[in-house]
Design a binder for this molecule. Sequence first.
Ligand code: HEC
Ligand code: CU
Length: 318
Amino acid sequence: MRDWLQSALRPAGPEAASVHALWEFMLWTSVVVFVLVLGALAWGTFHRRPAGVAPTAEGAPGERRMTRVVSTAVGATALVLFVFLVFDFSTGRALTARRDAAVRIEVTGHQWWWEVNYYDSIPNRRVSTANEIHIPVGRPVLIRLNSQDVIHSFWAPDLNGKRDLIPGKESSLWIQADSPGVYHGQCAEFCGYQHAKMAFLVVADRPAEFARWYAGQADTAKTPTDSVTSRGQEVFLSSTCVMCHAIHGTPAGATIGPDLTHLASRRYIAAGSLPNTRGNLAGWILDAQGIKPGAHMPPNSLTPADLQALLAYLGTLK
Ligand code: HEC
Ligand SMILES: [Cu+2]
């Protein structure tokens, strides 16, 4: 994950831009206030009262001026806080403003991966995937957030602020990417042992590319065409994998773990833990606990031939 770069200071969409504008305003206002306060402190340090005059004495020299200065500073503080409040409210309103969603996505948090479901009014056009969210560039996307177990927090800093996923209480947020690219995100609320390995990608595609990706994902899995991949499918369907995973177009339909129908189209496995390569997949399938201790996938013992067949089959799930 060395190339995992994400930054709230490099907004890549209108939501992140509003958050960033609020942040910049608060930062520079605070810098000015800080400099003024330090200036006042320095002034006070070098301008002592004349010796012999008790500072508490009634009508001590400069007291009226000090009263004026302090009242002005209190007034200015209240004003600055009020402006912060107004700016904060208006940013909040901008972030939640209703728009026409180009795409509606349901993201469900699991320990420690993200289930991603695309809503479509036609049931067989709904798409299920994990840890990699594709969106069309330049279009508003509504993400509804829910959790299956504990509280998680969805955070793709380049695109928007954080939003908690609370079991049983749906929340939502908008994201929109100004230019095509891959944006990184992660769980931002400690959610257990593998919280640090609960990352995700948001891939902003050009509209045609997005449509192609979507059509591919809505399709059922490829049917094996040769003896090795057929054997691989058999291994998958006859072992414990089917208790937890779905591959559409086969009898496997469980939803405990990520949907694997188009596993090979994803860049990473196990929520950003490893690049999706054949070697990493092999390591993961044999001993997920060695890679992500505590993850809810048990180790598997497979003969080398079965493992290779299974890997070949999973490799066809584009
Ligand atoms: C008890 C349930 C369970 C069983 C059995 C199971 N898995 Fe998993 N699997 C999971 C969970 C949960 C995850 C997500 C782990 C994480 O990222 O924290 C996962 C993740 C994966 C991933 C990575 C998917 C992705 O997109 O990140 C692959 C590939 C995978 N499993 C393949 C298999 C295969 C092949 C078998 C059978 C040999 C199998 N699993 C058996 C629960 C299971
Ligand atoms: Cu989490």
